[in-house]
Ligand binder design. Structure first.
Ligand code: SF4
Ligand code: SF4
Length: 197
């Protein structure tokens, strides 16, 4: 079994602890993050023109309206279907969040064939991550949009890719908020049309 299938949980958690201790007191709680996201959402949603696309608002509304599989990376079916990250040295990782974790490196874009990089067993393993196989996500009302969230969040917070993201409260809150705002706007525009009939 390769290291990515069985991550070195102790080493990952140790690195995260060192970072957390170095930045103690600066971290944003999921509750505060959600509050900020909802304020930002409303600023974007009610702006006079929609020339500025602001996430998470734009991405979530597009996802809800189009039922598209791809919004941003976190709300895509599997981020590895759409994203890779290349470091300044040419090293290829699942995402820039994995920089410095050599066990997750796919290869190097200068030295390796690109098709081979995409076929890397580590990427193939990550591509199999599916919300329908994560216990908490199976029960979740927004799993068709969230798809289990971020693989990096799952790894650093729970030590496994087969875990959910730790920011469920944020994703659920944003989707609920977006649905509420969209329903309200649709009603406002559809009711006068009904009266005209
Ligand atoms: S919000 Fe949480 S439980 Fe729901 S799909 Fe996303 S990660 Fe899974
Ligand atoms: S690891 Fe997380 S942040 Fe990085 S591309 Fe995947 S979902 Fe996005």
């Amino acid at each position: 079994m390769c290291l990515i299938c069985k991550p070195d949980r102790a080493s990952v958690i140790k690195k995260v602890r060192i970072l957390a201790e170095a930045h103690s007191g600066l971290e944003v709680t999921p509750e505060n993050y959600l509050k900020a996201c909802l304020e930002l959402f409303d600023l974007w949603f009610y702006q006079k023109d929609f020339s500025i696309q602001v996430n998470p608002g734009f991405g979530v509304v597009r996802l809800l309206l189009s039922q598209s599989r791809l919004s941003d990376c976190i709300m895509s079916e599997n981020c590895q279907m759409h994203f890779i990250s290349v470091s300044p040295e040419g090293d290829v990782y699942p995402c820039n969040r994995f920089y410095g974790f050599d066990e997750y490196k796919y290869g190097n874009i200068v030295k390796d064939n690109f098709e081979k990089l995409l076929e890397n067993p580590k990427r193939q393993y990550l591509l199999k991550r599916n919300a329908s196989e994560i216990e908490k996500c199976k029960q979740c009302s927004i799993s068709r949009y969230c798809h289990g969230g971020c693989i990096h969040h799952a790894l650093v917070h729970y030590g496994s890719f087969s875990s959910p993201d730790h920011l469920c409260i944020v994703y659920q809150g944003i989707v609920e908020h977006a649905v509420k705002r969209l329903n309200h706007e649709l009603k406002k525009h559809l009711d006068p049309l009904k009266k005209e009939r």
